[in-house]
Design a protein around this ligand. Structure first.
Ligand code: PA5
Ligand code: NI
Length: 194
């Protein structure tokens, strides 16, 4: 087999303090405005946007594309914080391809991974530093930071998995993670009660 340039091994260096790696292809920052419809307290979201629209999470990507494969790496840093009583979280998505799983590895902080199927099966995985979760195909996934500091996780997936945000944008997840008596608590999403 004759190798082309992209078929050679490559390594990147992860920085445990920053929760980031280098070199990388790109970093995308998501602010409250990008997620405003995801949080149940719209008034709290609007007021945060007016106060400077803080960054909720950033994801850095590297796609290790070769002539035969498409394994990719993503590192997401979720800031500590809340919109009203709801913790900072990622938007969440299904994979476009129906046979594509993913591995998430929590390397810093604490929180939850919420998972849901299109038929409404729901599961919440509690995360501490070191938790590794397998996301099977066809489960939407969202991560939430319930700690006082950064939460960082490493994702490994195939580029061909693709992203589908439509269902989550329309309905959110079955449960929301809110603070009650200074502790995280899962409550039913109002949108789904009707
Ligand atoms: O591949 C993944 O699942 C992650 O890298 C996510 O894309 C990342 O955490 C950002 O979340 P979302 O795509 O839901 O905005
Ligand atoms: Ni994914």
């Amino acid at each position: 087999m004759s190798l082309s340039k992209e078929d050679y091994p490559i390594s990147v260096l992860y920085n445990f303090e920053l929760g980031d790696f280098s070199p990388k292809e790109k970093t995308i920052a998501r602010r409250v405005s990008y997620l405003s419809k995801m949080f149940h307290d719209r008034t709290a979201a609007e007021s945060l946007i007016k106060q400077g629209d803080p960054v909720v999470y950033e994801t850095s990507y590297y796609g290790f594309k070769t002539s035969l494969s498409d394994m990719a790496l993503g590192v997401t840093r979720i800031q500590p914080g809340k919109v009203g009583d709801e913790y900072f979280m990622t938007k969440g998505h299904f994979h476009e391809a129906k046979n594509q799983p993913e591995i998430y590895f929590c390397v810093k902080g604490e929180g939850y991974l919420l998972l849901e199927t299109i038929d409404g099966e729901f599961q919440a995985e509690k995360w501490t530093e070191g938790t590794i979760s397998h996301i099977p195909p066809m489960w939407a996934h969202r991560t939430i930071n319930t700690g006082m500091g950064l939460m960082v996780f490493v994702a490994s997936y195939h580029l061909s998995a693709g992203y589908s945000y439509e269902a989550v944008e329309k309905n959110g997840f079955k449960k929301l993670l809110v603070e009650r008596n200074e502790k995280p608590e899962l409550i039913l999403n109002d949108k789904r009660k009707r």
